[in-house]
Design a protein around this ligand. Structure first.
Ligand code: KG4
Ligand code: ZN
Length: 385
């Protein structure tokens, strides 16, 4: 089953063709980072307008790449007339995300499904992030014609799966008992961890997006130079990252000798390069330890067969290192594989992968009544229980 998948929930316009939840025939991602670097954050209205400009070229390129890879041949002039005969379904992120951005993808995807008479699958963005782990090996081997799907399936994560889902909008620990059958164990009470990286980067004068900037700045820094408190939560798997962000702000103010009335946008001008490096490393250590402490706690309680990590923040090397090291002590037989970076940040491959498993188990969504939902808890969205 080949699915055209579309993702526009935040600031990436993406489309991909994925077969049977495993084989990626094509993937196109247009990032709006260039636009938002200048502002230090995403402006929802501008993001939606950029999606409108890019959505058709991105889909056209994904279909063209698919057709070319599928036929391993020269592109025929009439490929657009034929390509839809090979597409079995259309899927698109409809929740959660920026409402204007979600609407562009959802309306385009549903229009295509209607026009070409294909079933449509509405996808949850954060749930889909976990599915980067299902296509990792296929993408990594890069031998689509030689490696069988069965061989890949042997190496896929096994249920129950404990997932750490960490992005610019979400920090969650989820237990997947099966496809579509999951339980939210804990989530952030305030800022998502990626959001905290972005905000701390701003305080330190590092460029947007903050995650990769902090990770780069932290290299060679002293991660023990500053200590920031880890939040204590009433529910043991919940997080809070707004406190550590404020603690960084206060410590920076103290370090440069100003009080809270000093404009935070100007603080970084007074920091030395060494201070920036040490602040970045110290913040990253506390953020990473907070995530991994809770993941280990959940591992002990639920004894899952696989542990996976997904979402933009899973690109963070310090987080990967900490997870590897701590789980090596916890359970040396547990295999933890991390998706390549381009599968961690927003893309449509993960949407196409989840859509396949959904399509195998549930009827298609009703094209005319599907709504986009900006904010929704994963407690309510399990579809296979
Ligand atoms: O999943 P994603 O691409 O978009 C959302 O759904 O939010 O995640 C983007 C987030 C941003 O907050 C970005 O700063 C963070 O992921 N991020 C990182 C790294 N790369 C991206 N955070 C920490 N370290 C990284 N290397
Ligand atoms: Zn995301």
């Amino acid at each position: 089953m080949k699915i055209l998948a579309i993702e526009t929930s935040c600031d990436e316009t993406a489309a991909a063709v994925v077969e049977d939840g495993v084989r990626v025939w094509s993937s196109v991602v247009h990032s709006q980072i260039n636009i938002f670097e200048a502002y230090g954050g995403v402006i929802p209205e501008v993001a939606a307008r950029s999606h409108i400009e890019m959505i058709l070229p991105v889909i056209d390129n994904a279909l063209r790449d698919f057709w070319q890879n599928f036929h391993a041949d020269k592109l025929q002039n009439d490929w657009r007339g034929q390509v839809w005969s090979e597409i079995d379904a259309v899927a698109c992120t409809v929740m959660p995300g920026l409402i204007g951005s979600l609407l562009v993808g959802s309306l385009t995807a549903r229009t295509l499904a209607l026009a070409h008479r294909k079933p449509f699958y509405a996808i949850h963005h954060v749930e889909a992030h976990a599915y980067a782990n299902f296509i990792t090996d296929m993408v990594r081997y890069n031998h689509p014609h030689e490696v069988t799907f069965d061989k890949i399936r042997e190496s896929q994560p096994k249920f129950p799966i404990l997932a750490l889902l960490v992005s610019g909008g979400h920090s969650q620990i989820v237990l997947f008992r099966d496809h579509g059958n999951y339980e939210l164990l804990g989530q952030t009470a305030d800022d998502a961890v990626g959001e905290a990286f972005d905000k701390v980067a701003k305080i330190l004068g590092l460029p947007y997006p903050g995650g990769p900037s902090i990770a780069r700045a932290a290299l060679g820094g002293n991660s023990r130079k500053y200590d920031f408190p880890k939040a204590r939560m009433a529910r043991k798997y919940d997080f809070s990252f707004s406190g550590v962000k404020t603690a960084v702000l206060r410590r920076v103010q103290q370090e440069v000798g100003v009080d809270h009335t000093f404009p935070s946008g100007k603080l970084s001008e007074r920091l030395s390069a060494a201070q920036v490096t040490d602040f970045a490393a110290s913040f990253q250590r506390v953020a990473v330890e907070t995530l991994v402490d809770k993941l280990i706690l959940a591992y002990r309680e639920f004894a899952p067969k696989s542990v996976i990590i997904a979402g933009g923040v899973s690109a963070n090397q310090a987080l990967r290192r900490e997870i590897r090291q701590r789980f090596a002590v916890e359970d040396p037989s547990l295999k933890i594989e991390f998706p390549p970076l381009y599968l961690c940040t927003d893309n449509a491959m993960m949407i196409g992968a989840l859509a396949y498993f959904k399509a195998k188990r549930t009827p298609a969504d009703d094209l005319l009544t599907v709504e986009v939902i900006p904010s929704v808890s994963m407690t309510k969205t399990a579809w296979n229980i």
